[in-house]
Ligand binder design. Structure first.
Ligand code: SAM
Length: 385
């Protein structure tokens, strides 16, 4: 393995927008999971609780830090420092770590990025993970640009659920926000995903005051007509959101008030305590969700860790540093030893990052650009959102 340093890159350079091409191992033939249930007779996974009694049950796996969009709330800069390619986990390494996590109680895995569909042959990784009988839920979050071409293969490989990120239905705003065209491709991809057999597709929309907060109704109506459920996300002061300010945040309370003004009385739906979105029902039967991590953090029930593309494991989206699992894996540590390290770290977990941010008096962007350049692990596009 070389010690090649990170290089600062230019977003206009096509080499830097290209997929990461790692040598990937093939999935076993016919291994796609056809069921959500744990096989009869299978040893049930352990349960690991953190210092506040929160389960380790959920893992987000960021498969690449590269992205083909430059959303103003996530990647507003012209240049980025990327993780070195040789540090990126290959599919076999990801499978091994996910198996270790699932043995410790993780039942839900979400692939994310960067843009996960930039990772070549992602369907092969899906096939490998879908063969893990301990996983009840295998999902993917994508910006949708490349999804139309992959939806069928992902479905056949055993992916259970899809979330597509889309913040606006106006082509001019889309271009201004992400700095390229592509709205039509995303809308086409949502239809292609439904045709490929995905049901329960979710649409993530970050709401930013004076940018797209006049599209709450339009997005709900689009979701209703397209058969997808919209989830509005409060703008968060995460790494990468270097232009964040509290004045741009539209709170859950304000969103509900505006939506109610158009559709009538909203009913709150009861949900599983660890889910990030609060879900609501409109009088016409349409459902939608709100993720209000900025004004109503869900740290109290947060059951998720984040595996970054190079095997750093984060215990909280807001954590300053992660735990290097790739080092153990490539250092040939036995699985049991890695499992113990993970369990020990989780038992000591006291992170409540979003609550701490909320309690901050003068709240501003979490990291400065210089801090992000020094350590790209702090970027939202590396952490996986
Ligand atoms: N590229 C994929 C996508 O666009 O869905 C996956 C990665 S993206 C980082 C995951 C999610 O994080 C997206 O839904 C995105 O909108 C959200 N996100 C990024 N920055 C955010 C911010 N500052 N506040 C709230 N959500 C944010």
């Amino acid at each position: 393995m070389s010690d090649q340093p990170d290089r600062t890159i230019n977003v206009a350079d096509p080499r830097d927008a290209k997929a990461i091409d790692g040598p990937e191992l093939r999935a076993p033939q016919g291994s796609a999971a056809q069921t959500n249930a744990v096989e009869p007779g299978l040893k049930p996974p352990a349960t690991v609780l953190d210092a506040f009694g929160r389960l380790l049950a959920n893992l987000r796996v960021s498969v690449t830090d590269r992205c083909n969009l430059r959303c103003q709330y996530c990647m507003p800069e012209e240049e980025y420092v990327w993780l070195p390619r040789e540090e990126i986990l290959n599919f076999e390494e990801i499978r091994t770590l996910v198996e270790i996590f699932s043995g410790l109680g993780v039942v839900k895995v979400r692939l994310t990025g960067g843009e996960p569909l930039l990772r070549r042959d992602l369907d092969q990784l899906v096939r490998m993970l879908a063969a893990n009988p301990l996983l009840r839920d295998l999902a993917l979050t994508t910006n949708g640009l490349l999804l139309a071409g992959y939806a069928k293969a992902l479905r056949e490989a055993g992916l259970h659920r899809l979330t597509v990120s889309l913040d606006t239905l106006r082509p001019d705003r889309f271009r201004a926000l992400v700095r390229r065209d592509g709205l039509a491709d995303v809308l086409k991809a949502v239809a292609a995903a439904r045709d490929a057999g995905f049901s329960h597709i979710k649409l993530n929309a970050v709401v930013i005051r004076d940018f797209n907060d006049d599209e709450l109704v339009g997005l709900i109506e689009y979701g209703r007509d397209a058969g997808v459920e919209v989830r509005f996300i409060e703008y968060m002061d995460v790494g990468g959101a270097t232009r964040w300010s509290m004045s741009q945040v539209v709170s859950r309370a304000e969103m509900l008030q505006r939506i109610e003004g158009r559709f009538g009385a909203i009913q709150a739906l009861r949900e599983n305590g660890a889910a990030p979105a609060d879900r609501f029902l409109l009088p016409d039967g349409t459902r939608f969700g709100i993720i209000s991590s900025t004004t109503h953090p869900f740290c109290g029930s947060c059951d998720r860790g984040r595996l970054m593309p190079d095997g750093m494991w984060l215990l909280c989206l807001y954590a300053d540093r992660g735990i290097d699992l790739k080092g153990m894996l490539r250092g040939r540590a036995p699985r049991g030893e890695i499992a113990l390290a993970i369990a020990d770290a989780w038992r000591g977990r006291r992170d409540k990052g979003a609550e701490q941010r909320k309690a901050t008096n003068t709240r501003h962007a979490l990291f400065r650009v210089e801090d992000l350049r020094q350590d790209p692990h702090r970027e939202m596009h590396t952490r996986g959102g």
